[in-house]
Write a protein that binds this ligand. Sequence first.
Ligand code: SF4
Length: 399
Amino acid sequence: MQYTIEIDQELCTGCQRCTEVCPVGAIGGPEGMSVDINYDKCCFCGQCVQVCSAYQEYKSETSAPRETKLKNRGLLESVKEPLFAAHNMGHAQKVWEALNNPEVVTMVQCAPAVRVGLAEDFGMESGKLVDGKMISALRKLGFDKVYDTNFTADLTIMEEGSELIKRIQENGALPMFTSCCPAWVKYVEQEQFELHENLSTCKSPQQMAGALFKTYGAQVDKLDPKKIVSVSVMPCTAKKFEASRPEMKSSGSQDVDLVLTTRELANLIKHAGIDFKNLEPSQPDSVLGAYTGAGHIFGVTGGVMEAALRTGYELITGKALDDINILDVRYSEGVKRATIQVGDLAVKTVVVAGLANVGPIIEEIKNGTADFHFVEVMACPQGCISGGGQPKVLLETER
Ligand code: SF4
């Protein structure tokens, strides 16, 4: 297993902020002393990385030089921000090498939440949608094909909506759990294994895209799949773990080779000297860059649920919804329950934002009192928009 999150013992001050936000109680240590991660529990969500403010290595005489730390973490030497104790494994250096290797073809996908988080790292308004600039920046970096995870978010919706209907009609394992958050999937596997059949059998959008790049994408562009380097940009540190899972080789090799976080993409853009703010927007490449609004809303809690219910409605009734906005399941905090009428079927749903809130729902399922059909769980507090790979809010002293 690749440990995609680590805590640097030399830098940790023992402030314990990470222990407070870890949703699964995987971090611990005596107060005032450096803390450590229990990898049997860790889900790699990276919330510890978001809050860590321990970066005193500039002052420490015992610490390894900054250059060594950058290299060990897979970061580019131009990274300006301080190096924090809690950090994720980086892929920026390897992506940079691939972009400068004429022997390979680079294909990239970006998750929905990246285009909403990226602006912040360039001093633009927080939450500003910069999808067009992001695509232009990826082209300027030298990616040969700029595709979109939203394409496969749409595929996930078709598959997951169909699977839910089938499970309800044919007495399959219910409630069905969403499977697009790798931290949640890892939690079920290690803490709730008896419920693993409740997980949807659908791969996450990242992994569907990776498999398509090296199969259908290679066919469309008449490329040798062995020459494709498949890169994803995610708001998420757990996606690095997901991509490295040994079973994720539908194409014959690792479907996603390298995963950048939103932060790492921002650093690559700065490293290349691209004037992000003044870029003209552009569109992703066809055909794996096309998408609908349903794929787009995967970035927030309730988005997967809403999109799947829209599909389920159409599959069951043969008609599209008059109003596609199912607000009862959208933008939840904590736990939100709703019953949605899909034709003659009253589909009972639960949306859980933050892995720390899932305990009571698991209890209901285990003690037989649960009456719901579909459960969406995203490990991060507001879903991927607050993922562990999104721009870090730096304190003034850290800039
Ligand atoms: Fe990753 Fe999103 Fe899950 Fe957070 S909620 S661990 S960002 S997939």
